[in-house]
Design a protein around this ligand. Structure first.
Ligand SMILES: *Cc1c(COP(=O)(O)O)cnc(C)c1O
Length: 523
């Protein structure tokens, strides 16, 4: 029997509870839970009010003729349903969330407290501006922090996620090309093979053509490949490059890349999703960046996952600032904050509007709270600790797993599947981590590394937690190297075993239909 670091027995595969089938379907304290449609009935409701007497309808004949078909539950049943579901969900508040490229860091509770202040939480975007001066000032102050940290002169605050920020930056580039009269001629955008999928998708969405550049053996942009792409320059719109890149490595030739792109008449879009690795140490503006989105929900600790609200402010260089989207906040000479909503005056060259209002106010409050509570020195320390933690993981695991590239990494450690025995794949390792109580790392991304496993611990983890995670992964990696076939059945201890995730993504079943009574009887 295997023992954990405290000397207690631990062995998912031989664990007794796998073989225990319970009548209820629950196991221990893990509750089985059906769909709300299966447990609710149409004639149950959480409220108990008498039908009003002598009331005639005032809907003029448009009242619903049939029940809605929605399931009803009592209040305690409803609370239990959602509580049970919430406990099936992995969360950063439960444990280390090593999903590379996602920066799943702790969300400080102070952020939540301030976001709930009525002056921020209970205001409406259509309120007269004189009544929301504090909120506008907060947007302006956050903008100042973002411009200072990135060394960039302008920022568009309204994009609502990283991909939306990419869209903002690429639209600004397109508008700049329109202003130069070159939008038709300059369509080619260079994108490295390791890029996040949103980069080529954004470029195409904005009407550009994607031209892929190769990575070199060091996991960085291959400069020869880049130069070859720039032999012809009159059709170059720009480059989209992530730094640190999706292999968790700093692009050491970044200044030369920026110069080459500018000399070719193009713009440099930097994907800033990995900004957490360099805050306070590197200012992207000094590297020649023209546009970069910042994922507040990654770098500045606003909660994300489960489709929760992102926020992707996009910093812009002097060359692109005139084309920034409306609305934006300006401070007039008398100290009054004002929203520029129309494409005139300061905004006459704007490419337009991306969202109905001004962006994710709740996330702005959280991000600024995070910045103010850390201070400039604390933000820098957080980045340094994120890099240190990733390198600790790489150092601890490199004797049992295969680091994808040589040398130190930035904020995430990337491994290939070269260490696994024939037949054992990355997915088997990821699924085995679930039995250990961890959300799997990012797998099979970036595409340039075979069977990639991308691990980003962030700065929030203690050494003890990193060690616990490494102990788990190390034991799985050893079994993978020995060709332990039991890994292929993992997870054994999760509420559901292996699901066909590709099928679920491609053909999602989003609608519940009443099971056919005959087929149920036949089962
Ligand atoms: C997360 C991420 C994005 C997209 O950001 P969203 O906020 O999820 O839209 C883009 N590029 C990289 C490298 C990322 O990690």
């Amino acid at each position: 029997m295997t023992m954990n670091t405290q000397g207690r027995p631990t062995s998912p595969v031989s664990a007794a509870n796998q073989s225990v089938d319970t009548v209820s379907g629950s196991k221990g304290l893990l509750q089985a839970e059906g769909l709300i449609f299966e447990i609710g009935t149409q004639d149950t409701t959480g409220v108990d009010l008498p039908t009003p007497k002598n009331r005639t309808g005032r809907l003029g004949g448009v009242a619903r003729k049939q029940p809605t078909g929605l399931p009803g539950l009592s209040e305690p049943q409803t609370v239990r349903h959602y509580m049970r579901l919430s406990q099936k969900n992995y969360a950063i508040d439960l444990g280390l969330f090593p999903l590379g490229s996602c920066t799943m860091k702790h969300n400080p509770r102070l952020n939540e407290k301030l976001a709930r202040l009525p002056g921020f939480a209970d205001i409406h975007p259509l309120q007269p501006q004189a009544t929301v001066q504090g909120a506008l000032e907060l947007i302006d102050e956050l903008a100042t922090w973002l411009k200072t940290l990135t060394g960039m002169p302008a920022v568009a605050m309204s994009p609502k996620a990283g991909a939306h920020g990419e869209f903002c930056g690429m639209m600004a580039i397109r508008q700049a090309l329109v202003a130069r009269g070159e939008a038709e001629a300059r369509k080619r955008v260079l994108v490295p093979a390791s890029a996040h999928g949103t980069n080529p998708a954004t470029a195409v969405q904005c009407g550009f053509i994607v031209d892929e550049i190769k990575a070199n053996a060091r996991g960085r942009v291959d400069m020869e490949s880049l130069k070859a792409k720039l032999e012809k320059t009159d059709d170059i719109a720009g480059i989209m490059l992530t730094n640190p890149n999706t292999c968790g490595l700093f692009e050491t030739d970044i200044k030369e890349i920026a110069d080459l792109i500018h000399a070719a008449g193009g713009y440099f879009y930097c994907d800033g999703a990995n900004f957490n690795a360099i805050v306070g140490r590197v200012r992207p503006g000094d590297l020649g960046v023209d546009a970069m989105h910042i994922n507040l929900h990654k770098t500045f600790s606003t909660p994300h996952g489960g489709g929760g609200p992102g926020s992707g402010p996009t910093v812009l260089s002097d060359a692109l600032a005139p084309y920034a989207p409306v609305p934006f906040v300006v401070k007039d000479e008398d100290g009054v904050f004002r929203l520029v909503e129309d494409m005139e005056g300061d905004a006459k060259e704007s490419f337009g509007r991306m969202v109905a209002f001004h962006g994710q106010m709740g996330m702005f409050v959280r991000a600024l709270t995070y910045m103010l509570s850390h201070g400039a020195d604390g933000l820098k320390q957080a980045s340094e600790d994120a890099v240190l933690n990733a390198n600790y993981i790489q150092a601890r695991l490199k004797s049992v797993m295969t680091p994808a590239f040589e040398g130190y990494c930035m904020h995430e450690a990337l491994f290939s599947d070269a260490f696994t025995a024939d037949g054992i794949e990355t997915i088997d390792i990821a699924k085995s981590l679930i039995d250990e109580g961890y959300h799997p790392m990012t797998m099979y991304f970036p595409l340039v590394v075979h069977g990639a496993m991308l691990i980003e611990p962030t700065e929030s983890e203690s050494k003890a937690e990193l060690d616990r995670f490494c102990d788990s992964l190390e034991s799985i990696a050893r079994r993978a190297a020995q060709g332990d076939e039991t890994l292929k059945g993992a997870p054994y201890l999760a509420p559901m075993r292996r699901l066909d995730e590709t099928q679920a993504a491609r053909k999602p079943v989003l609608k519940w239909t009443q099971p056919d009574a005959n087929s149920v009887a036949a089962e």
